[in-house]
Design a protein around this ligand. Structure first.
Ligand SMILES: [Fe+2]
Length: 244
């Protein structure tokens, strides 16, 4: 059954920016697959690495790619694209003045990729500062990839208390070897999210519908609704949340 209005939190759909889409045609086909699954909003999250480009330069390139793709859209009904970034953790990000430019457009939601190492106190403190001192809504992308060490598993529990949202990849739930871990992490956070983290049409395709099917079967429709509410809340324009 086709559903309406799903939010894709994590995608590499913008062309020519990273290891995701390498052409406008591929981007359009990825968006068509998202639409066919019932997705109406796609967060475009190209990789951002602080040691490779300034935030200003990255945003210029992202905007050029976004506009190029938009100009190629025709009469088709395709999902709305929200420019964002998958920000690789960098030292000093807790005080970085330009960080808001990397959030999902119009929000204070930051999609954060933690380091692929053992996390230390300083790194956890930087993430805490982003949440508690600067009011960012931090989404930890694919936390399942960092569970190779007991230390990180324990620190993930700490981060979930802040609170920090966890975005598990649909593929993690689809593969039976990693399914249990993915479902456990979704239940650990107050703000569970699913994303396809799609990079192309073959090896890492848009597969949100399949992942949602696993959540529905294993955790129930009510949990799925909770995920959709988390996603909707995190893409709300920041200005709308200000209470007079
Ligand atoms: Fe990604």
């Amino acid at each position: 059954m086709k559903h309406q209005g799903w939010i894709e939190m994590h995608s590499h759909v913008l062309p020519h920016l990273d290891d995701g889409s390498n052409s406008i045609m591929m981007s359009l086909d990825m968006l068509r697959r998202e639409a066919a699954q019932g997705v109406s909003i796609v967060c475009a999250t190209p990789h951002y690495y602080a040691d490779q480009a300034s935030i200003g330069r990255f945003c210029q390139r992202r905007e050029a790619s976004f506009q190029m793709l938009r100009s190629a859209l025709s009469y088709e009904t395709l999902p709305r694209i929200l420019p964002a970034a998958e920000v690789a953790f960098f030292s000093g990000m807790g005080e970085c003045a330009d960080l808001e430019q990397l959030c999902i457009r119009g929000t204070r939601t930051l999609m954060l990729e933690m380091p692929f190492t053992e996390w230390n106190d300083f790194q956890i403190e930087e993430v805490s500062a982003l949440v508690l001192d600067r009011g960012f809504h931090v989404v930890l992308v694919h936390p399942e990839r960092f569970c190779g060490s007991k230390n990180n598993v324990w620190r993930l529990k700490e981060l979930a208390e802040l609170p920090v949202a966890f975005q598990v990849n649909a593929g993690t739930l689809i593969r039976w070897r990693t399914r249990k871990l993915g479902l456990k992490l979704l239940q650990e956070t107050q703000y569970p999210l699913l994303g396809s983290d799609c990079h192309n049409l073959t090896t890492r395709p848009p597969n949100l519908a399949e992942g949602r099917g696993v959540v529905a079967r294993k955790l129930g429709e009510t949990f799925l609704m909770k995920m959709d509410q988390s996603a909707a809340r995190l893409i709300e324009p920041a200005a709308e949340k200000v209470v007079p």
